[in-house]
Design a protein around this ligand. Structure first.
Ligand SMILES: Nc1ncnc2c1ncn2[C@@H]1O[C@H](COP(=O)(O)OS(=O)(=O)O)[C@@H](OP(=O)(O)O)[C@H]1O
Length: 293
């Protein structure tokens, strides 16, 4: 049975999470006012979004970096389309950090050709699929995954939040010159968090001391985020979204190559063929294995 419409809301060819999306936003998207110092974190789901929310808010705000102010990560960089806590975006002081999973053609028009900056995080899609598979069995607002084969078909067909992974990354990559955008790879952040923090802060023109960088790296490791109630989203998923069971969590494994525990050799090879065909003209680097350079 196709449950697409139960869980997903199609707007202009893109799938939003039906029960959480703020549909009022659709009417105002084009005119949503962008400030020069706004920052957007843009990702396809399960690619390192909350990790980047954590890193950027620590880079931007000393209060968070040194924990003199206690604010959940979700409130430091709220989702534009999933405004769970009804933040009044207009009255937020600058600089505002936003998060979105939207494709290039749906984001506010004011983001084009402005000074506002975007960081686009991408992750190898076999790990994205794997993370999504587990998350779908955990969160009540998503259709359960079913067996791996049917989930892989659903993922490749784009019948998931975020639609087709290949379209998302291609759209953003091909239109990169219209935006002020930095592409970062999840795996690069995983392999060298410190250098990644430096690269990100330099793109955002934030000067940081060695002590600042130490404080950011420390709080952005998987281990620290998992045990930090402000950063681990446990409260959000359990009390504000809803879960299907008690053994899942947002910060699940945070590794590279977990797809090997989910996909069969045959499924992986079929995925590779599709990837090679669809991505042959996109020169972004991908890392599929923790031991890969
Ligand atoms: N600090 C840190 N280091 C490494 N990995 C991390 C970190 N924080 C989050 N994660 C992993 O990111 C995955 C969740 O992705 P998203 O945050 O994009 O999810 S969502 O789209 O906002 O639902 C999910 O991946 P999986 O563990 O593979 O499921 C998280 O564990």
């Amino acid at each position: 049975m196709d449950n697409t419409d139960t869980y997903l809301l199609n707007f202009k060819g893109y799938h939003f999470e039906r029960s959480m999306v703020d549909v009022n936003l659709f009417e105002n998207l084009d005119d949503f006012e962008i400030r020069d110092d706004d920052v957007f974190i843009i990702t396809y789901p399960k690619s390192g979004t909350i990790w980047t929310q954590q890193i950027l808010s620590l880079i931007y705000f000393e209060d968070h970096r040194y924990r003199t102010k206690h604010v959940d990560t979700i409130d430091r960089a709220p989702f534009l389309e999933y405004n769970l806590r009804n933040v009044d975006f207009l009255s937020r002081p600058s600089p505002r950090i936003f998060t979105t999973h939207m494709p290039y053609y749906l984001v506010p028009k004011g983001l084009k050709k402005t000074k506002a900056k975007i960081i686009y995080i991408y992750r190898n899609p076999k790990d994205v699929l794997t993370s999504f598979y587990h998350f779908s069995n955990f969160i009540v607002t998503l259709e359960s995954s079913g067996d791996t084969e049917s989930f892989m078909t659903r993922f490749l067909d784009g019948k998931v939040v975020g639609s087709v992974w290949f379209d998302h990354i291609r759209g953003w990559y091909e239109h990169r010159h219209d935006f002020n955008i930095l592409f970062m790879m999840y795996e690069e952040m995983k392999k060298d968090l410190r250098s990644s923090v430096c690269k990100i802060s330099s793109f955002f023109e934030k000067e940081l001391s060695e002590e600042d960088i130490d404080a950011i790296v420390k709080q952005a490791t998987f281990k620290n985020m998992k045990s930090d109630p402000q950063a681990n989203y446990n409260h959000v998923v359990k009390n504000e979204v809803g879960t299907k069971n008690s053994d899942g969590c947002f910060l699940r494994k945070g590794t590279i190559g977990d797809w090997k525990h989910l996909l069969t050799v045959d499924q992986s090879e079929r995925f590779d063929k599709i990837f090679q065909r669809k991505m042959k003209d996109i020169p972004l680097k991908f890392i599929w294995d923790i031991n890969e350079e």
